[in-house]
Design a protein around this ligand. Structure first.
Ligand SMILES: C[S@@+](CC[C@H](N)C(=O)[O-])C[C@H]1O[C@@H](n2cnc3c(N)ncnc32)[C@H](O)[C@@H]1O
Length: 302
């Protein structure tokens, strides 16, 4: 039995799922609105002989027929950023307003940070945190290339992060794009399944739960937290959210993403989860020819 077989009972079309996991991913970039709108970025790529296909659900996502978009001048000028399609979901779901105070709890190497900066029109305060200093240097260089000036970088364990020293009582919006077993990256990383399975998922779920709790506690009443992973494992997705719903002042809310998906699970491996978990979304590789992803939106209450 391989690590994906345990998902046969929950995936809508298991044969198509397995087949998609074997195929390489389409090459996709995100147009960076801080420097160039999607039409301008697409035209610049086409000037270099690249064929560009647009995505209806998100006009900033451009599929390109080169596996080296980083060798084009729109990349060097910061007009585009290589970002997997489903990885562009959570920032859109968080949907910050210009001027907001936003915390990106696990931010490196900064794909979603720089997308959030774009959605903020580069206006506001975007605190990008990660506990891995090496990965933060990639974030810094991405933010610089893409012209994201509203980003402040911190190197803390998100479980103990505090914004006191920055004059912020609570954030308007927080992204918890937590470390995970990365099963959904199998299409770009053939080794992704080497160390996964229920044990590995249960081991990392405690860290994920603590980061999500911190995210909720640092968000103002009425503010939004988005929780996301690139794994299929329910222990790291619905299981984590179910735990915080029990004892944190937070509720799952609906959101729209115009991509095929499956609802979050309410039962797995003999456990039942809160019924509102159907408001979360699972994105399987065969549904939109992407990687695998999980996303949930939470509103913080009193
Ligand atoms: C899924 S990746 C984040 C990807 C990033 N959001 C992006 O879009 O580029 C998870 C990140 O969590 C970081 N991490 C792991 N444990 C952490 C902790 N306790 N506190 C803060 N960051 C942590 C890892 O270094 C890694 O960069």
């Amino acid at each position: 039995m391989d690590a994906l077989e345990r998902y046969e009972p929950i995936v809508d079309d298991y044969a198509a799922f397995r087949e998609a996991c074997e195929r390489p991913l389409p090459s996709v970039v995100r147009a960076n609105g801080i420097k160039a709108d999607p039409d301008r970025a697409a035209a610049a790529l086409e000037d270099e002989g690249v064929t560009v296909t647009r995505r209806a659900w998100n006009p900033s996502i451009l599929e390109v027929d080169t596996d080296k978009p980083g060798n084009t001048w729109p990349y060097f000028h910061g007009w585009i950023h290589g970002q997997e399609e489903v990885s562009a979901i959570p920032a859109r779901v968080l949907d910050p307003e210009p001027g907001d105070a936003v915390w990106d709890a696990c931010a490196a190497p900064g794909s979603k940070t720089t997308q959030l900066a774009d959605l903020l029109d580069d206006a506001g305060l975007l605190m990008a945190n990660d506990d891995n200093l090496g990965r933060l240097s990639a974030l810094r260089s991405n933010a610089e290339r893409l012209g994201a000036t509203c980003v402040a970088v911190t190197n803390e364990d998100a479980r103990r992060f505090t914004a006191d020293g920055f004059g912020i009582d609570a954030f308007d919006a927080v992204l918890a794009d937590v470390p995970c077993t990365c099963e959904g990256t199998i299409r770009k990383n053939a080794d992704a399944l080497d160390t996964v399975g229920r044990e590995a998922s249960l081991n990392i779920a405690a860290l994920q739960t603590d980061i999500l709790r911190r995210a909720i506690r640092l968000t103002r009443e009425g503010g939004t937290v988005v929780y996301s992973t690139c794994t299929f494992a329910p222990e790291e997705n619905e299981g984590v959210i179910d735990r915080v719903l029990d004892d944190e002042p937070v509720a799952l809310v609906d959101f729209d993403v115009d991509l095929a998906h499956s609802p979050g699970l309410t039962a797995w491996n003999g456990e039942t989860y809160d019924g509102s978990l159907t408001r979360a979304k699972r994105f399987y590789p065969h549904q939109n020819d992407t990687g695998g992803f999980f996303c949930a939106k939470l509103e913080v209450g009193a």
